[in-house]
Design a protein around this ligand. Sequence first.
Ligand code: AMP
Length: 207
Amino acid sequence: MRIVVLGLPGAGKGTQASRIAEKLDIPHLSTGDMLRAAVQSRTCIDKKAKAVMERGELVPDQLVVAAVIERIARSDARRGFVLDGFPRTIAQAEAFDDLLHTRGLELDHAIELQVDEQILLTRVMARAREARERGEQVRADDNHETLRIRLDAYKKQTAPLIDYYRSKDILKSIDGLQPIDTVTENVFRVIRRTMLKGCRGDQRAHE
Ligand code: AMP
């Protein structure tokens, strides 16, 4: 199964994507994590990408698309994957569709976690403050000013993906402000429904 999880920064994409990955036994691919790891190990990502991420803006499409192409070509992604934080622009989504198409594959779900921006802002800032008080390391882009830039980047560059996937009839929108376990239940309800439909289709094909 191939799934992308969409939603504003802090909407809970990482948590839900990792639960989906665990349950379906497929890799959880977070482009944010990939980019942070690459910046840390100073591989192909240059200083410019690091600065872009710290400002809360999006790194260039080619760079992220190349990282995703390389990652999903690995054997553990053959059965599927759940992408968190990708695609984030229409250009990325189109490049990704082309890639899947050339391999005869399809995206099964685009799951959108819907959240209220103001509640989210308060929630993320409280979480960062609590982590700081506990002496834990806080992400460089988890501050009010950068978060605002990340929210704006989402609205301008990523939100058009909602219509993009709706027009392909694979968009599922879920209320992301409910308790975490309720959100997970709703995510799995959506996934199960498609799996059942697929099974019935297979069954009919064999009748
Ligand atoms: P995240 O952990 O998903 O919030 O991503 C952290 C940062 O990594 C973002 O603010 C961007 O600077 C960069 N990033 C992650 N994924 C992408 C993507 N698909 N396209 C462009 N930039 C990305």
